[in-house]
Design a protein around this ligand. Structure first.
Ligand code: NDP
Ligand code: MG
Length: 389
């Protein structure tokens, strides 16, 4: 018998539960009565302890081993909750057989090893954390195949494409079209003086700081092109980006016969998160259908590659292959941190990444996890020492 409520019997592990995607995931879990087994966080330990209490979890993990004592103190009234910490504990939690679904909502390359641990335990892995796919897409997809894991996209564009592709043949696809809101600077011509506050003010989406800056540079879309390339096994030359300021169409698939399929929804991450948890079923949840008459119009534009060179740079790195996407991602993570700390200007983010890619992408690394981590570390250190001209 088909059980359309099977999600209610699949306890969750949410990696990065205190962030924007983590909090939205827990809201979806509450609406759909999905049990939550394990939560993990990095710095926001009070928030983690409160989530653990509210959701009645079995285990909490902090990313730093030295925080275990403090976290245990915050949960002194919940002695049945297991408290652990450190990199190995994160991977152990991601691979724990008690959680058949893992949501990867850590930000950045820090999520790579926990993502691999979830994949290697053959689970349903709902992937929000896109940077590991950019760094190690071949490895993650090969391991998913080998261990029988199901990769379910949470990123709204990839969820849209995933839904458009269901019941269709790979060979019938002519192109994937990723939509981009254009970010807060879509209509600002001179980006040399824009501030951190302006860059953090996204017009449509409320998200963590790193991805909000990535949306302002269009780096997020560059990462998403590479993410789509790995998730859907399509060459980057067949992945296009269309600016769509309303963020109602989340992405489209063009088929060989001229059909274009799209998925529409409110700009609310709870919709794609929910579909990753309830797939292959669409269940009633916290988000309402958008009102087309209230929206009234949908606009489309070509991205401005002069003002937003990150998109073409990302495509170039994907085509170079090898270690180039690792350098691209790591340099971006450090450049964004430096911009947020007001150490470099907004336009320097992409300049720094381009110089890092030129300097390091032909280096001696292979494809193993160790090589990926070593190249990642080298690019981080390079960009930390980089000075804008
Ligand atoms: P946030 O910054 O809001 O949250 C990040 C989470 O990861 C927090 O729980 C944080 O813990 C934890 N974390 C941070 N650093 C580490 C670390 N070194 N080790 C372990 N855990 C860590 O990010 P978002 O929720 O915005 O984004 C998460 C991922 O999802 C990103 O990869 C992003 O690109 C992707 N994504 C996000 C979307 C969104 O709408 N936000 C949309 C689509 C994709 P703590 O808070 O305790 O420090
Ligand atoms: Mg997205």
């Amino acid at each position: 018998m088909i059980d359309r409520d099977a999600h209610q019997h699949r306890p969750l592990c949410v990696l990065g539960s205190t962030g924007s995607i983590g909090v939205s995931t827990l809201d979806v879990a509450r609406h759909l009565s999905i049990p939550v087994h394990t939560l993990t966080a990095h710095t926001r330990l009070e928030a983690l302890a409160e989530q653990a209490r509210v959701h009645g979890v079995q285990r909490v993990v902090c990313a730093r081993g030295e925080d275990v004592g403090r976290l245990r103190g915050l949960l002194a009234d919940q002695p049945h909750i297991e408290v652990c910490g450190g990199a190995a504990a994160l991977c152990e939690a991601a691979g724990d057989e008690h959680c058949p679904t893992v949501v990867t909502a850590i930000v950045g390359g820090a999520g790579l090893e926990p993502t691999l641990a979830a994949v290697r335990s053959g689970k349903r892995v709902a992937i929000a954390n896109k940077e590991p796919l950019v760094m190690a897409g071949e490895l993650i997809t090969a391991e998913a195949m080998h261990y029988g894991a199901t990769l379910l996209p949470v990123d709204s564009e990839h969820s849209a494409i995933f839904q458009c592709l269901e019941h269709h043949r790979q060979s019938d696809i002519s192109q994937l079209l990723l939509t981009a809101s254009g970010g807060p600077f879509r209509t600002i011509h001179n980006l040399s003086q824009v501030t951190v506050e302006q860059a953090l003010n996204h017009p449509n989406w409320s998200m963590g700081a790193k991805i909000t800056i990535d949306s302002a540079t269009l780096m997020n879309k560059a990462l998403e092109v590479i993410e789509a390339h790995h998730l859907f096994a399509i060459d980057v030359s067949r992945i296009e980006v269309v600016v769509h300021p309303q963020s109602i169409i989340h992405s489209l698939v063009a088929f060989a016969d001229g059909s274009l399929m799209a998925q529409l929804g409110a700009p609310d991450m709870r919709t794609p998160i929910q579909y990753a948890l309830t797939w292959p079923y669409h269940r009633s949840g916290p988000v309402a259908c958008p009102d087309l008459l209230a929206i009234a119009r949908l606009d489309f534009e070509t991205p401005d590659h002069k003002r937003f060179p990150a998109l073409e740079l990302g495509r170039h790195c994907a085509q170079l292959g090898g270690i180039a996407p690792v350098i691209f991602n790591a340099a971006n993570e450090v450049a964004v941190e430096r911009f947020l700390a007001q150490d470099i200007r907004f336009v320097d983010i992409t300049h720094g990444i381009a110089e890092a890619v030129d300097a390091l992408s032909s280096a001696k690394y292979g494809h193993s996890l160790e090589d990926i981590l070593a190249a990642d570390a080298e690019a981080r250190s390079w960009l930390t020492g980089w000075q804008p001209r």
